[in-house]
Design a protein around this ligand. Structure first.
Ligand code: PEP
Ligand code: MN
Length: 348
């Protein structure tokens, strides 16, 4: 729509297109409103739509298979994902400071989760991550403490004021997780669990969608499309490394090229997880710095008070001290790209 189109006119156009059997969606950007039309639009003539109102600036056909997640659908405007936390709203998006999400792979006990929360908060993190339900390759490996771990996350949330990110594996657990989490994580192994994607699309909490370890970018965006099609537009995409031919020295290959690629394809915010991306704590800092320099909106870093004793992903977890040092280094790059919140305490 043209800048300054009266709201009544936008609503009138929406009503008229509805009578054509379409389901218009109003997307309100900073300066413009876009009306999105998804469905049986192949036979529609763009000129016919243009004639509905002189306030219509242009009619664009989104040719890609992913519609709602595509940048075209928002006329090139990146979207913000706004998340409520006890300490206020945190915004993930291109025009906002980098958001740090940190915490252990799994929630193990109250002491470790509260301690980790306090330490990562002091270093500038806005969210505490921690798995209650863990997707493990072996059925004999630690599977997560389940519901009791959700209670511990709530305790850590109260103590720290941080928002909570935790993974859902099973649709049966979703309602319970929604009560505790501020962001619902869908893990790499479930990226194409379509019934789970439909369910997280139909609940109100923002969703962090990790890239499947063998997923193409198009498959990942189609997975995100499921969530948006379900009615939930608050999706953050998280690159966590893909599997290639070489697994000898790094757990995965962290595909940082997704940052510019996704930026050209989608309006959704981009998070990078260098912990799962490399599998080794010593490789995490350089990839975290590269992610910020490369334009990521957010980082997810695994932090554990005693990585040697961790019940999962110890080798890739930073100690709280190492996380302090990392955030000091990240601040230098974050400031250089003008994406660092100035009130974040810089520890020296
Ligand atoms: C995790 O975040 O701990 C996790 C299991 O990640 P991924 O799904 O990327 O393997
Ligand atoms: Mn992990």
């Amino acid at each position: 729509m043209k800048v300054g189109t009266p709201e009544v006119e936008i609503n009138r156009i929406g009503d008229e297109l509805t009578t054509w059997g379409l389901a218009p969606e109003k997307i309100i950007g900073q300066s413009k409103v876009v009306i999105g039309l998804v469905g049986e639009t192949a036979s529609l003539n763009p000129e016919q739509i243009q004639e509905v109102s002189p306030w219509i600036e242009t009619v664009l056909r989104v040719e890609k298979p992913f519609k709602r997640v595509s940048l075209d659908y928002r006329n090139g405007q990146p979207s913000d994902v706004v998340v409520s936390t006890p300490n206020g709203e945190v915004v993930f998006g291109l025009n906002h400071p980098i958001v740090m999400v940190a915490g252990p792979c799994s929630v193990e006990n109250e002491e470790m989760i509260v301690e980790t929360a306090m330490r990562v908060k002091a270093a500038g993190a806005k969210f505490l991550r921690g798995g209650a339900y863990k997707p493990r390759t072996s059925p004999y490996a630690f599977q997560g403490h389940g519901e009791s771990a959700l209670e511990l996350l709530a305790t850590a949330r109260d103590a720290s004021g941080l928002g909570i990110v935790t993974e859902v594996m099973d649709t049966a657990d979703l309602d319970k997780i929604v009560e505790y989490a501020d962001i619902i994580q869908v893990g790499a192994r479930n990226m194409q669990n379509f019934s789970l994607l439909k369910k997280v699309g139909a609940q109100p909490k923002p969703v962090l969608l990790k890239r499947g370890m063998s997923a193409t970018i198009a498959e990942w965006l189609m997975a995100a499309e499921y969530i948006l099609a379900g009615g939930n537009t608050n999706v953050i995409l998280c690159e966590r490394g893909i599997r290639t031919f070489d697994r000898e020295y790094a757990r995965n290959v962290l595909d940082l090229s997704v940052i510019p690629v996704l930026r050209s394809l989608t309006h959704l915010p981009i998070m990078i997880d260098p912990s799962h991306g490399t599998g080794k704590a010593e490789y995490v800092p350089s990839m975290a710095m590269a992610a910020i320099a490369g334009g990521a909106d957010s980082l997810m870093i695994e932090v554990h008070p005693n990585p040697a004793k961790a019940l999962s992903d110890g080798p890739q977890s930073l100690t709280p001290d190492a996380f302090d040092r990392l955030t000091t280094e990240l601040a230098v790059i974050g400031k250089a790209v003008q994406r660092w919140e100035t009130s974040v305490p810089v520890l020296v």
